[in-house]
Ligand binder design. Structure first.
Ligand code: FAD
Length: 519
């Protein structure tokens, strides 16, 4: 992916009609663009910020059916997600893991409830199961989770779900779109919709935020995949449209791995207010969360509330013999769930369906909202099928069920480079030629100079934040350490992207301001 090349390609196509334009470069939009481009449709995706800057880089990092949705009796949602979970682990093995979870149980009733519930969860995943669930004794639960409080513990239920790196998966999908002939552009904002004299949507007006150049771009099908921002696009279509999104904030705290000391994750099915809490190993850290706080403000940079932080710390402390404090947090991050609400019956987020919703407006705007990262592929398939059903596209079959993001199964020399899939060899060759490029930028973070250079050349980072938050996960793994490497990374980026010193200074200032949100 090279932004200048893609912009030139866009300019060459400016007078052409696209088959599909997708607004929004999160999981939903990127998945939809990939579905469209692999069916052979001429496809353009426009993202106003960076790919996955919104909710899609702020998830719990689970590829899961959702045990708690099963408890709510949402069998359709869980079954669909379990099948997609299996596909994602097969198609992107370099970005996903089969993760073992243990639910600690303290009463006989819980032993029965969770054993039976998780057997059903196994059953629903069918041939795409990641491993069976089973009960383990108290001593075995403590052997697996040495820091779990043992008072009153009856044992544990072991089950399997998937885990992944959300923003690297997003970048991989963006790359796959471009490799298959699509155009995917970050920092390109849709500011209005184009309509014909009959009021039918014909395309978008959009601005390249790097140059300020405005474009009118035409398409047969326009897809609104803007997550929590979907209603802003609905209002461009119909200023009197009712709200369809009920945003709900979820917060996570990242801790050092010494707080868990295990490769198994903990799932607490019922905290003091009835929510689920996870403590999951991730890149040598532990991610603990999450919360579910209805909010009225929609922003690209949500901030954890003090009560959400204390909720997580208090509840983690109830189960761990080494209780974390706020000062132990390496990073605190918040994300907004784009829950689909009933416009005529807005209700609390816990009752709002977690399943996605596809709508087609009378002027032809196709919107896809809600859902989960895990189900992004199926949501995309249904969205494009809906466009075909509406007669906006000629019929072509979906091929993403077995679309492989990792074609070559050679293992990189270093496990750390596995996330680059079949491109890891390119980074290894850079290090072979210049061994100093293989030095870690900081002992607390798993990234080298070679990766920063390779990412600049291949993954379209526009800002220092893109590099530290989403191409690498430095911001999320250790916010303070990421701030310490920021000047060196900005230097490398500036050299690679051929920018001036003023760019570097601006990036460092903006990054300094950003990190206060994560501490
Ligand atoms: C706390 C939390 C934990 C979660 N954990 C999990 C999990 O573990 N597993 C799971 O499967 N799911 C999880 N989810 C759900 C999942 O993360 C979301 O469903 C998914 O990321 C939503 O993706 P999206 O593309 O719809 O939205 P977003 O990622 O927000 O993407 C929308 C994009 O549209 C862009 N945009 C907006 N307006 C415009 C415009 N005018 N022009 C161009 N672009 C525009 C935005 O910049 C944004 O990047 C979690 C969600 C939250 C909040």
């Amino acid at each position: 992916m090279n932004r200048s090349t893609l912009i030139r390609k866009l300019q060459d196509h400016q007078n052409l009609q696209w088959d599909v334009i997708v607004i929004g470069g999160g999981a939903t939009g990127l998945g939809t663009a990939l579905d469209a481009v692999t069916r052979g449709y001429k496809t353009l995706l426009l993202e106003k910020s960076d790919f996955s800057k919104g909710t899609s880089s702020r998830s719990t990092k689970l590829v899961h059916g959702g045990v708690r949705y099963l408890a709510q009796g949402n069998i359709l949602l869980v079954t669909e997600a379990l099948h997609e979970r299996g596909r994602m682990l097969k198609n992107a093995p370099h970005l996903t893991e089969n993760q073992e979870f243990v639910i600690p149980v303290y009463t006989l009733w819980d032993v029965i409830l969770y054993t039976v519930g998780l057997k059903f969860y196994d059953l629903l995943s069918g041939r795409l199961s990641l491993g069976r669930s089973y009960f383990i004794s108290r001593s075995k639960a403590i052997a697996r989770l040495p820091l779990l409080k043992a008072d009153g513990l009856k044992g544990g239920i072991v089950y399997h779900d998937g885990q992944f790196d959300d923003s690297r998966m997003a970048i991989k999908i963006a790359n796959a779109c471009a490799d298959n002939g699509g155009i995917v552009l970050n920092y390109f904002e849709v500011t209005g919709l184009l309509k014909n004299e009959k009021g039918r949507i014909e395309g978008v007006s959009a601005t390249d935020l790097e140059t300020g150049i405005k474009y009118n771009l035409r398409s047969k099908l326009l897809i609104n995949a803007t997550g929590v921002f979907a209603d802003a696009i609905h209002r461009m279509d119909d200023p009197s449209s009712k709200p369809t999104i009920r945003p709900s904030q979820g917060v996570h705290i990242v801790l050092d791995k010494s707080f868990l000391q295990s490769s198994s994750a903990i799932m607490i099915p019922k905290t003091d207010d009835g929510r689920v809490l996870f403590a999951i190993p991730w890149y040598d850290r532990v991610v603990v969360g999450t919360t579910d706080t209805p909010l009225d403000t929609i922003t690209s940079e949500p901030k954890a509330l003090e009560e959400e932080i204390s909720f997580i710390i208090r509840n983690a402390g109830k189960y761990l013999t080494k209780p974390p404090s706020r000062d132990d947090a390496l990073c605190i991050f918040a994300g907004l769930r784009p829950l689909a609400a009933d416009p005529d019956n807005p209700s609390a987020t816990k009752e709002v369906s977690r399943r996605h919703k596809i709508t087609l407006s009378s002027s032809g705007l196709l919107s896809i909202i809600g859902g989960k990262w895990t189900s992004y592929r199926r949501m995309a398939e249904e969205t494009i099928n809906r466009g075909i059903k509406a007669g906006l596209l000629e019929k072509r079959d979906c091929i993403t069920k077995n679309f492989r993001f990792y074609s070559d199964n050679t293992k990189p020399r270093s496990e750390r480079l596995r996330i680059y899939g079949d491109k890891a060899g390119e980074i290894e060759r850079m290090i072979d030629e210049k061994p100093a490029l293989g030095d870690l930028l900081d002992s607390r973070l798993p990234y080298t100079k070679a990766e920063i250079i390779w990412i600049c050349r291949n993954e379209m980072p526009g800002t220092l934040e893109d590099m530290l938050a989403r191409r690498t996960r430095a911001l999320f793994l250790d916010t303070r350490a990421s701030a310490e490497i920021a000047p060196e990374v900005a230097d490398i980026m500036s050299g690679e992207l051929k920018t001036d010193d003023a760019w570097k200074e601006r990036q460092l200032n903006e990054y300094k301001q950003l990190i206060s949100n994560y501490l």
